[in-house]
Write a protein of this length. Structure first.
Ligand code: PLP
Length: 419
């Protein structure tokens, strides 16, 4: 469900014609709908209203501080995976006691900043990380609340690149090892074990892997309780999938009901780390047709957006719905929609029946709100696209287009190379 709709033949975001936005920002441009973001967050939040819970929005999906501020205002926190994301979360004024920190490779510097910021919980992913926390917390003489991210060894049946809870994955710690680490924590007064966490993967379209994971977390929780640990938080990560094409994703309400049934008697606060399900369908990438190129047996629609702007099709072969911003033609033709980057993998769609479009037209790539801008890069020295937030009949540029100067920011030519 989203607020990108055609009025007559013109695509609008809420009450603003897309054309009006691109007139100001040019293309490519990311456009997000406030009403959609708000609605998705509220629906997800409501699904868990019957139990104590905290929604730590997984800001890797879209880390613009304006977007993070929306969820802060709705009572949400942040799931972070780097010092940079911690910086963003604090800049978005997310209270530290609503921030959880996962990630297999947190540096000492990052851990130190998180301890000092007194965030809700650091999700430990290896014994080495626990040792680093033991050292840092005693050096700083500061308590740190922790959980262990366990690897429940469950197949979430999603793309291998976004599967994280299998034995062969680098994430989390298997339960026997985790138990040893919990025991070890008892010897260190600044290490306060308060939770258990897991995250099994992303774009998961079935409830069963989540339930399997929650059931095993629940067993672990009871085991820890009998060992005298006061575990307050069960963090089940994110991963709920969305519809990009015709996938049938479980409704958050269904997901909520199933999970609540499992954990309602445990007395813990549930932490959720949704990313994609909140922001995925709340954003589009608008790009302009530069050229139509016909080669024997094939037509390429060459647009000004590229894999550096939205890498999902190139990286995972991901499908994104694509529609013209102005509908004027019902005739379709099989085309590849490609960007200007010097890689054959630079495409948004392959061999897809698409409305006949002309040079200069705008097209909208749907489902670009999650892992879109946040995965973008400057590859081929392309300045990153601007981001726009629409609310009702107003729009706000929440990130300016990068300039050429931005491209070389921080670079320098050593004296021996100067002319
Ligand atoms: N939590 C953790 C630890 C993650 O690694 C991720 C994504 O990779 C998420 C939450 C968010 O996942 P999703 O966007 O699928 O909800």
């Amino acid at each position: 469900m989203h607020y990108f709709e055609y009025k007559k033949d013109e695509l609008y975001c809420e009450d603003v014609p897309i054309r009006e936005i691109v007139k100001k920002t040019k293309t490519p441009v990311y456009i997000y709908s406030y009403k959609t973001l708000e609605r998705h967050f509220k629906v997800f939040d409501k699904a868990f209203e019957k139990i104590p819970h905290l929604i730590c929005y997984s800001c890797k999906a879209n880390s613009n501080i304006a977007i993070m501020s929306i969820f802060r205002n709705l009572g949400g926190g942040a799931d972070i995976v780097s010092g940079g994301e911690l910086y963003r979360a604090l800049k978005a004024n997310i209270p530290a006691d609503r921030i959880v920190y996962s990630g297999v490779g947190k540096t000492e510097e990052e851990l130190k900043t998180a301890i000092k910021a007194n965030i809700l919980m650091i999700n430990i992913e290896s014994e080495g990380e626990l040792d680093a926390l033991i050292q840092l917390s005693s050096r700083l003489k500061k308590e740190v609340r922790v959980s262990i991210r366990v690897n429940p060894q469950i197949d979430p049946k999603t793309h291998p690149y976004i599967t994280t809870g299998l034995k062969k994955n680098k994430f989390g710690i298997i339960w026997d090892e985790a138990l040893k680490l919990y025991r070890k924590m008892k010897n260190y007064k600044y290490i306060i074990p308060v939770g258990i966490s897991s995250h099994i993967g992303s774009q998961i379209l079935e409830l069963s892997p989540f339930l399997e994971a929650v059931k095993s977390l629940k067993n672990m929780l009871y085991q820890l309780k009998t060992m005298g640990f006061e575990i307050k938080y069960l963090d089940i990560g994110g991963g709920l999938g969305i519809t990009y094409k015709d996938e049938k994703a479980p409704h958050p309400e269904e997901y909520g009901d199933a999970i609540i049934k499992e954990i309602k008697d445990t007395g813990v606060t549930l932490i959720l780390e949704p990313g994609r399900v909140i922001v995925g369908n709340s954003g589009i990438l608008v790009t302009r047709v530069l050229y139509i190129k016909n080669v024997p047996g094939k037509t390429f629609v060459i647009v000004d957006g590229a894999m550096n702007d939205l890498i999902r099709p190139s990286l995972y072969g991901a499908y994104h719905e694509i529609l013209p911003v102005t509908k004027h033609n019902t005739k379709k033709k099989r085309v590849d929609i490609v960007g200007p980057i010097c890689e054959s993998g630079d495409f948004f769609a392959k061999d897809r029946p698409f409305f006949e479009v002309e040079r200069g037209e705008f097209i909208a790539v749907y489902g670009a709100g999650a892992y879109g801008f946040s995965m973008s890069s400057n590859y081929n020295s392309r300045p990153r696209a601007p981001e726009v937030l629409v609310k009702d009949d107003e729009f706000y540029v929440i990130r300016k287009r990068e300039t050429k100067r931005d491209l070389i920011k921080g670079e320098s030519i050593p004296d021996f190379l100067r002319l």
